[in-house]
Design a protein around this ligand. Structure first.
Ligand SMILES: [Zn+2]
Length: 389
């Protein structure tokens, strides 16, 4: 049976008025759809909190504008409120068409958007096995507000994979890391007709010297960045299931224009480390890759060196864990490192980091005295990490 859109709009209106009389298990017409794009995981961060990072796809199925006012993440089993996003936060996290840079809490008629969500569980809150969402919005078609409970889904119960160090030594900065920096966590790509977010928990590692700079001298020369040429290590035993070693370094300072998609990772290695976990290492130094397809490696083995190949504007090691061998067409999974120390945090944020990378100015760091020795957690955004000897 087909309904013209005006009938549907009228039904939506009616459903809004009549929901008090509806039995709990009866289907309800809703003017928004909400679906979690990939099953959310829970990961312990270096701040001592547990974090859930995921995306909610919203579609306005009405013929009028919708203005999102409030979104609450709930544990449907305990009833606990896990996070509340008001108008200002929604305006920064809702992206129509999943197009980064066009954030707004206003959805036009029939428009699709993605809400990029980060729930940091308060201390003492039980880890939910399911989550759902209570969304309050203003609907132009009824010139009024409705609150909908939609977008329920399971939370993955398995623990994140435990990794060894990807690099050696001191002073590595976890740039564009979890959970609110946007370059990785919002890199949602439509590939072969469906969304993938392989980089959800990626970190771009760079390195500081004793003066807290990332680069000394001409910032256009890759070798002037302290991390350039550093050995890259296998974070676990595994098999090489993807690699490339033929691309040249980019000139630092800007991202390369018109780069083909298959060159985005530059020279890279993908390791299959078992149990459905794959590790992607990207932007390696030209000719430095030491392994070939099908090789087996042990944790700590040398894979290659840090470079500036592919979609890179300064030498760094991009590392992420995913659920398949494709660095792009897979789902990004959280991971933890078994042992590391945090010596400082760049609380001045991504802008300060970008300036240090572009100009050679020192990072504005807040030291951790004494250093925080941590086990089995994910280093969060802009932590400065020493790896164990
Ligand atoms: Zn990256």
């Amino acid at each position: 049976m087909r309904f013209p859109i005006w009938v549907l709009s009228a039904l939506v209106f009616f459903a809004g008025l009549s929901c008090g009389a509806r039995a709990a298990d009866e289907p309800q017409l809703t003017p928004l759809t909400a679906e979690i794009i990939a099953p959310p995981h829970v990961v312990s961060g270096s701040d001592g909190k547990r974090h859930i990072v995921y995306e909610l796809a919203l579609t306005n199925i009405t013929g009028g504008d919708v203005r999102l006012e409030k979104l609450e993440v709930l544990d449907p089993d305990s009833g606990a409120s896990l996070a509340v996003l008001g108008a200002d936060e929604l305006a920064e996290r809702v992206t129509p068409g999943a197009s980064r840079g066009h954030e707004t809490r206003e959805l036009a008629a029939y428009q699709f958007a993605v809400v990029f969500l980060h729930v940091a569980l308060a201390e003492g809150t039980a880890v939910p096995s399911r989550i759902t969402h209570e969304i309050t919005a203003h609907f132009a078609v009824i010139d009024g507000d409705m609150t909908l409970r939609i977008g329920a889904g399971e939370v993955v119960a398995t623990a994140p994979v435990v990794l060894g160090p990807p690099l050696r030594g001191r002073g590595y900065v976890a740039a564009d890391g979890c959970c609110d920096s946007i370059r990785h966590v919002r890199a949602l790509l439509s590939l072969d007709g469906r969304f993938h977010l392989a980089q959800r928990f990626a970190i771009d590692w760079e390195q500081i010297d004793d003066d807290d700079t990332l680069v000394v001298g001409d910032t256009k020369v890759p070798a002037n960045y302290h991390i350039y040429g550093q050995p890259i290590l296998a974070v676990a035993d595994g098999t090489v299931v993807g690699t490339r070693n033929d691309l040249q370094d980019q000139v630092p300072g800007s991202l390369p224009a018109n780069l083909p998609l298959d060159e985005a990772d530059g020279n890279f290695v993908v390791l299959d480390i078992g149990s459905g976990f794959f590790v992607n290492y990207a932007h390696m130094r030209p000719g430095s890759v030491k392994v070939k397809l099908g090789d087996t490696v042990k944790r700590g083995d040398l894979l290659g060196e840090v470079g500036n190949t592919g979609n890179s504007q300064a030498p760094h090691l991009h590392l992420h864990v995913m659920d398949g061998p494709s660095p792009l067409a897979s789902d990004g999974l959280p991971y933890v490192f078994d042992s590391f120390a945090i010596t400082a945090v760049n609380e001045a944020g991504t802008e300060d980091f970008d300036k240090a990378e572009a100009t050679g100015s020192p990072l504005t760091l807040t030291p951790r005295v004494p250093p925080q020795t941590l086990e089995n957690v994910l280093p969060l955004d802009l932590s400065v990490v020493d790896w164990p000897e």
